[in-house]
Write a protein that binds this ligand. Structure first.
Ligand code: PBG
Length: 330
């Protein structure tokens, strides 16, 4: 036996109760946001092959899902629309009769303030070319013309009942323009969750199936989303720009490959930090678990907890419902 004082950290690992008592990180359903897809012109919900367990909802099935999520104690939902027609500027995104606007109204009426209702604010699901903005004559995204469209979307979403709008298109100045538009229309209380540090990630593949969105001609989003070779230096520049323009919360996306960025943002700002555990991160767990290669529940919980541990206050995840059901049962 050693004569020096042996450190014995194992003492506090001796039972589940002890481990629970001293755990540094907690993950509660209230901290989760469920991304939900609502599709125009369908009568029954459609499965999404690359996102097992996630559906393209009808307005009716969406409503039922949101009610159940509220009952389960999930903190929020964020809506994405799948329109039946697209055009060059994505006008379905701000049409008062557009699919998300109709759904927002019904949801707010059904659940009120029992959970937070957010709307993703972008045009890629609504444009016939698949980009997150309006194209200039040379086929690249025109930043400032896109801002005019985002301003209209923000007001349409707020009018329909969104409590939080979440601009995800990575246009420069988007938060300021949206704040100005919301205030100008009297929506001072509608908050902005800015997708501030959003990377041009390969992990969005299943999402693009979910919203039937492909960039025509096979382009990419590297002209506006961040280069993943860049860390917190560039991310913080984006975050501070968004805060200066009036963002209420900031987001890092994706989550697991960017834990360093989440930690740096958490340390640098005093607003809530969100992280988006994106479609590819979810589907990798589903696929590996289906093959019997990993334990689904163990890995999903470990990874979501790691995102919290890195510093995210809020997590957008397709696991929200599963986690809340599991939490209720435990
Ligand atoms: C853009 C948007 C995307 C996601 C959320 N908002 C796709 C993209 O930038 O290509 C991806 C979310 C996910 O993969 O789960 N409106």
């Amino acid at each position: 036996m050693a004569t020096f004082p042996v450190q014995r950290p194992r003492r506090l690992r001796a039972s589940a109760a002890l481990r629970d008592l001293v755990a540094e990180t907690r993950l509660e359903p209230r901290q989760l946001v469920a991304p939900l897809f609502v599709r125009e012109g369908i009568d029954v919900p459609q499965p999404i092959a690359s996102l097992p367990g996630v559906l393209q909802h009808t307005r009716a099935s969406l409503l039922a899902e949101v009610r159940e999520l509220a009952d389960l104690g999930v903190g929020a939902v964020i809506l994405f629309g799948v329109p039946s027609t697209k055009d060059s500027i994505g006008s379905g995104a701000f049409d008062p009769e557009g699919i998300v606007q109709l759904a927002l109204g019904e949801i707010r009426e059904a659940v009120g303030d029992r959970l937070v209702v957010m709307a993703d604010l972008c045009v890629d699901e609504y444009t016939d070319h698949g980009h997150c903005g309006v194209l200039d004559g040379r086929g690249s995204v025109d930043n400032d013309r896109t801002l005019d469209v985002y301003a209209k979307i923000a007001v349409a979403q707020a009018r329909a009942g969104a409590q939080v709008v979440a601009p995800s298109g990575m246009m420069d100045g988007q938060v300021g323009v949206i704040r100005q538009a919301l205030d100008g229309a009297g929506f001072h209380d509608v908050a902005i969750l800015a997708y501030s540090a959003k990377y041009a990630s390969g992990l969005y593949g299943p999402f693009r199936d979910a919203v039937d969105c492909a960039i025509v001609g096979g382009g990419d989003r590297k002209g506006y989303q961040q280069d993943w070779r860049n860390g917190s230096r560039e991310a913080l520049r984006e975050v501070f720009a968004d805060l200066d323009q009036g963002a209420d919360m900031v987001m890092v996306k994706p989550a697991l490959s960017y834990l360093d960025v989440i930690a740096a943002v958490r340390a640098a700002v005093d607003v809530p930090v969100a992280a988006y555990h994106v479609s590819g991160e979810y589907s990798m767990i589903k696929a590996a678990a289906k093959n019997g290669w990993i334990d689904h529940d163990a890995v999903a919980t470990e990874q979501l907890t790691a995102i919290r541990r890195a510093g995210a206050d809020v997590i957008l995840t397709y696991f929200a419902r599963w986690y809340a059901e599991r939490y209720a049962a435990s």
